[in-house]
Design a protein around this ligand. Structure first.
Ligand SMILES: NC(=O)c1ccc[n+]([C@@H]2O[C@H](COP(=O)([O-])OP(=O)(O)OC[C@H]3O[C@@H](n4cnc5c(N)ncnc54)[C@H](OP(=O)(O)O)[C@@H]3O)[C@@H](O)[C@H]2O)c1
Length: 244
């Protein structure tokens, strides 16, 4: 990793996580590319990153377990701990969004959602902060749904709402050397839970009547990298969803 500060992006094999990893690679960061089961996509993303001239290491891990997080950091330490080339950025993008209302949600659904969406950013942030000896930036991915009563996704919205509070606590704890912020997209890429018709209906309700592009969400990360006065904040990239 010589000559490159390191950035760890979780859930980076595809969709938004991949776009964050590519953006960091374009800025010269060596990339620790975490994925869970999307091995082929992770390898493809790694090829794209390599072509930008920075080192990249795909690391598989189930982040809903403590062992998975320990494994991720022991692998990271083999690539990213020489003086001057330490970890500088963590983006917590991996997430699950089970579609079950409060009547059908069970304890296992609740725990697995919270373990990945909330406990993992806490443990990853804690482990990352220890390694960010030259300062750093942690970005947690929330959702505009954190402030909505989406009855179909209770575990998801409560976990994201708690993640925003966790972000603020982390920002206060790890200041002044490490900044911690949240990006809260609205509608960007449809999940498999929504039909194309439902997605179109949701889009039409937005004040801006269009989804945010992946590039627009990534530009929030680029802004946070550049503006070193921002910590403990949530940046909504939501087409006005929060006003509904
Ligand atoms: N897409 C949107 O429109 C949107 C809107 C608002 C907020 N967000 C937030 O933005 C972030 C990225 O969104 P996205 O749509 O790109 O995410 P996504 O496709 O829903 O999930 C991101 C990744 O999470 C990983 N993951 C799932 N279970 C895991 C586990 N047990 N351990 C480790 N990783 C696991 C998956 O990795 P593998 O594929 O390798 O299994 C997946 O690629 C999320 O936090 C999401 O809540 C997205």
């Amino acid at each position: 990793m010589d000559g490159h500060p390191c950035a760890l992006v979780t859930g980076a094999a595809r969709r938004l996580g991949k776009a964050f990893a590519l953006a960091l690679a374009r800025q010269g960061y060596a990339i620790l590319l975490h994925y869970h089961i999307s091995k082929e996509e992770a390898e493809q993303a790694a090829e794209e990153i390599k072509s930008l001239g920075v080192p990249v290491h795909p690391i598989p891990a189930d982040l809903s377990t403590v062992d998975g997080i320990t494994h991720l950091f022991s692998t990271l330490d083999t690539h990213c701990s020489s003086p001057g080339y330490t970890l500088r950025v963590l983006v917590n993008s991996a997430s699950v969004m089970p579609k079950k209302d409060l009547r059908s949600l069970n304890a296992e659904d609740w725990d697995s959602t919270f373990h990945l969406n909330l406990r993992a950013p806490f443990l990853l942030g804690q482990a990352a902060a220890k390694r960010m000896t030259s300062g750093g930036l942690i970005v947690n991915l929330s959702d505009i749904g954190a402030h909505k009563l989406w009855t179909g996704y209770p575990a998801y919205v409560v976990s994201k709402s708690a993640l925003e509070t966790l972000t603020r606590l982390m920002a206060k704890t790890y200041a002044p050397s490490i900044r911690v912020n949240t990006i809260a997209p609205g509608l960007v890429l449809p999940s498999e839970n929504v039909t194309p018709e439902e997605w179109e209906k949701l889009i039409q309700r937005l004040p801006l009547q269009r989804p945010a592009s992946v590039e627009e969400v990534v530009s929030a990360l680029e802004f946070l990298l550049k503006n070193e006065s921002i910590t403990g904040q949530t940046i909504g990239v939501d087409g006005g969803y929060s006003m509904l």
